[in-house]
Design a protein. Structure first.
Length: 285
């Protein structure tokens, strides 16, 4: 008998921005999932470009440049094309938080990217091995964790954290996600803390807590998981590795475990029924 796909008819809501959702949604659909993609956030320009413009004009002064998201790469190079008349030369040392960000850099022509063994800020700081007095540029979202710059400054590095973009709520996307959750879903993906904050904020903590008792939050890594827990969500499935493919693997493993548990409960219930029937027959004899 032909086996079904590993996520056959599993209902999954993908909350990534539309420009980044396709690889994850396509992979989930390949495995048989019923996927609804609706963005929880929008990526927009910073309040001011002055910080990034100044950093771009003196890029050769930096010993290293670090990117912690593909969004930062996109905004960095888009702004560089607007500000600079010459082609942007890569820095002496270049680092990315993970493979997706490294791919975005390669697409822009920057290669030789250092990636940590674990795709998180503390591991990236160890990978960089910053020396005292070294200058490091970190273009990123307006709101982000301070783990990476704190570790680098502790080692004596001079870190310029520059706002390259902001994340804001996507009203129509959040309404669509809310409808999907009320209709019934098995998993919701969270690929950033800002996605978690905007979605739980739109739902309200009480409603979110009720919905996520049965719906599992599929988190891309420990930072996003910690944000979800802070917002009152406990039913969390965490990716390993901390990538979109890691989310897929975590959902597949979690769904298989839940399916096996349901099957085992069904077998036990069947055994109890059969035992009761045998007991009834013996009593009538």
């Amino acid at each position: 008998m032909k086996r079904g796909k590993s996520l056959d008819r599993v209902r999954i809501v993908v909350t990534r921005p539309k420009t980044q959702a396709a690889p994850l949604t396509s992979r989930l659909r390949e495995l048989g999932a019923k996927v609804r993609a609706a963005p929880a956030i929008r990526i927009v320009d910073p309040h001011s470009w002055s910080g990034l413009d100044a950093a771009l004009k003196r890029l050769d002064r930096y010993d290293a440049v670090i990117f912690t998201s593909a969004n930062a790469v996109d905004r960095f190079f888009r702004r560089a094309r607007h500000v600079l008349k010459t082609r942007l030369r890569p820095p002496r040392r270049l680092f990315a938080i993970g493979p997706a960000t490294a791919r975005a850099l390669r697409t822009c022509g920057w290669r030789g990217v250092g990636i940590p063994d674990r795709y998180e800020g503390a591991a990236l700081a160890r990978r960089i091995q910053a020396r005292r007095g070294s200058r490091i540029l970190l273009p990123r979202a307006r709101r982000a964790r301070e783990t990476l710059p704190r570790h680098l400054r502790h080692r004596g590095a001079i870190v310029d954290v520059i706002e390259a973009y902001r994340t804001i709520a996507h009203p129509s996307g959040l309404r669509a996600i809310r409808r999907e959750l009320e209709m019934g879903a098995d998993y919701v993906t969270f690929t950033s803390s800002s996605t978690a904050e905007h979605l739980i904020g739109a739902l309200g903590r009480f409603r979110a807590g009720r919905l996520f008792r049965s719906i599992a939050a599929a988190s891309i890594g420990p930072v996003t998981s910690a944000t979800l827990r802070r917002l009152g969500i406990r039913n969390i499935v965490q990716a390993n590795p901390f990538t979109s493919e890691g989310i897929v693997r975590a959902i597949v493993a979690h769904h298989a475990k839940r399916r096996d548990q349901r099957h085992a409960r069904g077998l036990r219930a069947g055994d109890r029924r059969r035992g009761g029937e045998r007991g009834g027959r013996l009593a009538r004899r």
